[in-house]
Design a protein around this ligand. Structure first.
Ligand code: CP3
Length: 347
């Protein structure tokens, strides 16, 4: 039941600043390996990127979690590494290990990235968005997304998941002009990519900055806040009505600056950010999303119930979207997700 006479979709209502009871819920990475039906579809294609680039299959896995759980949003099935892939960087996934990229390390390899190729690379994602939008129940909101330039750059420069994001941090310290050129390229391509998803039917956008927690304040301002603000400005200049959620994971109290300076409409909080602090320092300024520990959802039991109730009691009275503090773990039992949704919907 909505308190305000706002839109029928609770996610849009919460993003417009209306407290909702119960609050909308969706989970980051809600489509994926914890679902047997996902694993079945995944087996039918050779690689993970083939799945992302086959619209019928990507749309099918996007819709799978909605058939099991009463989620209020659906996030298009794709990956943040579609951007380097579309720019012509070599990207592949090693089973059980994660993404690998042929690293870009210097001005020459950055100049070799070709933004003119990107629209063709993004076309299958836009097709997926269209297919999902056509198949969604009326009350469910469709979210499009991209990785934030900083996080995407950590993979592009490091060649994959990298400890402490050392390669990107070092390039940014040693050769800031070259690193800035990479960030400028990513800002432009990511904004176009988000607008393409909006044109195809995305109703909300989320920017994932999964590694924003590795930077000191000045670098956080330059490599996380400034690019996010540039993307938000570009997107809003064309599609001012589309709410944008920022997720600067791991940045602690710097989330306040992120919330104030980027222009995002809502902020997603990670598991380490204290509920009382989120309520006082963030939710007084904008709607918040989060922040259940994905590993507590995996563990389940009375501790899960108690924590979900704490989150609801603390953040539920303000504009709030229930979510995890990071993506769902692949070992998560399905019954725990069912229990979570039941708790959030019925209190
Ligand atoms: O949320 C959803 O349901 C939409 C799909 C989605 C995926 N990745 C699918 C995926 C989204 C929103 C992402 C975002 C993403 N991808 C992020 C940002 C969020 C975060 O988790 O921090 C990052 C950093 C990536 C990069 C990435 N993609 C990594 C590190 C991995 C390996 C992780 C692992 O557990 O192996 C991926 C692969 C990936 N992306 C999978 C899925 C379902 C698993 C691959 C498979 O099924 O074979």
């Amino acid at each position: 039941m909505l308190f305000a006479s706002g839109p029928r979709k609770t996610l849009l209502a919460a993003l417009s600043g209306a407290p909702c009871s119960p609050p909308p819920i969706w989970l980051m990475r809600q489509a994926g390996r914890y679902l047997p039906e996902y694993r079945e579809v995944r087996k039918s294609v050779p690689t993970f990127l083939d799945l992302c680039c086959t619209p019928e299959l990507a749309a099918e896995v996007t819709l799978q979690p909605l058939r099991r759980f009463d989620f209020d949003a659906s996030i298009v099935f794709s990956d943040i590494l579609m951007v380097p892939f579309a720019l012509g960087q070599k990207v592949w996934f090693v089973e059980g290990e994660g993404p690998r990229l042929e690293p870009v390390k210097d001005a020459k390899s950055i100049a070799a990235l070709d933004p003119s190729k990107a629209p063709a690379g993004f076309a299958p994602v836009y097709e997926t968005v269209k297919l999902v939008r056509a198949g969604l129940p009326d009350h469910v909101t469709l979210i499009g997304f991209c990785g934030a330039p900083w996080t995407v750059a950590t993979y592009m420069v490091g060649g994959g998941l990298s400890k402490e994001q050392a390669e990107a941090r070092l390039l940014a310290y040693r050769d800031p002009a070259t690193f800035q050129a990479l960030m400028d390229l990513l800002v432009g391509v990511s904004a176009d990519y988000l607008l393409g998803q909006v044109q195809a039917g995305a109703e909300v956008l989320q920017i994932f900055d999964s590694w924003s927690g590795s930077l000191p304040e000045d670098e956080f301002a330059r490599w996380c806040i400034a690019p996010a603000r540039a993307i938000v400005e570009r997107v809003k200049s064309v599609a001012p009505e589309i709410p944008i959620i920022g997720f600067p994971r791991g940045c602690g109290p710097l989330a306040e600056r992120y919330a104030q300076e980027t222009g995002v409409d809502a902020i997603s909080c990670d598991t380490a950010q204290p509920l009382g602090w989120i309520k006082e320092e963030l939710q007084t300024k904008l709607p918040v999303q989060g922040n259940l520990d994905p590993l507590l959802l995996l563990a389940g039991g009375p501790h899960l119930d108690a924590r979900v109730r704490d989150i609801l009691a603390e953040l539920g009275p303000g504009p709030f979207i229930f979510n995890l503090g990071h993506g769902i773990d692949k070992e998560t039992p399905i019954e725990h997700v069912t229990r979570l949704v039941q708790l959030v919907k019925t209190g």
